[in-house]
Design a protein around this ligand. Sequence first.
Ligand code: BTN
Length: 240
Amino acid sequence: MFRIEYYDSLESTNDYIKSRKNEDEGLVIVAKSQTNGRGQGNNKWVSEEGGLYFSILLKPEKILPALSIMTGWVVLKTLETFGIKDLKLKWSNDILHFDSKISGVLIESKLLSDKPEYIIIGCGINVNQSVFQNVNEYTPTSMYLINNEKIDLKTVLNKFLDIFKEYYFDSCNNGDFFQNTLESKEFKSKIYKKDEVINIQLYNGDIIQAVLKGIDKTGGLIISDKENNTKILYSGRIIK
Ligand code: BTN
């Protein structure tokens, strides 16, 4: 399914793949470094050589509400196959090793009335870096810093795509592979800050405090507020 193109340097793999949005789904753009790597919100994604930076063009026939969580989960599973333990999924798709960030995902899409025109999944995984330029809210870490072992970036990418393919096609075909994952003990045990009090920045900038109860089957964040009311959030960001 995937057609992978490798580049030495791009401004942003997400921006570049957008210029090719009319192509068939399955295009994967990989860059050794990015000069204008973008993160969520207005954050930059520092993208020096050593990290894995790629974007995938998708054109599913329907909206897949849990795609964002699913992508984060696939990154987590990929990292585990390389022997990295103690990973958590921070809603909706950051992967943390203890309190340090090892991967982030930026999904951008254009919707038609009933289905996406295209979806771009942009993923940054810290693989072989040993120093990081700027430190954001969550201190960065890398597979190398955790395991003290350099890994070929293509091996990591291929593993990600193998696992992603399974979950993605199953979801497109109304399968319940990922739905079962969301309900599994394993998934629940890997949700960052589950049953703890968290701060959430809402889309309008307001910050609220609530207890994180879980993630529902559409990928929403289940929280319980001070008055014990349960709510489901579909946007917003867990902050420190
Ligand atoms: C985040 O803020 O956590 C999301 C980071 C996403 C970074 C990736 S790297 C490949 C792709 N191209 C970009 O410009 N951003 C994403």
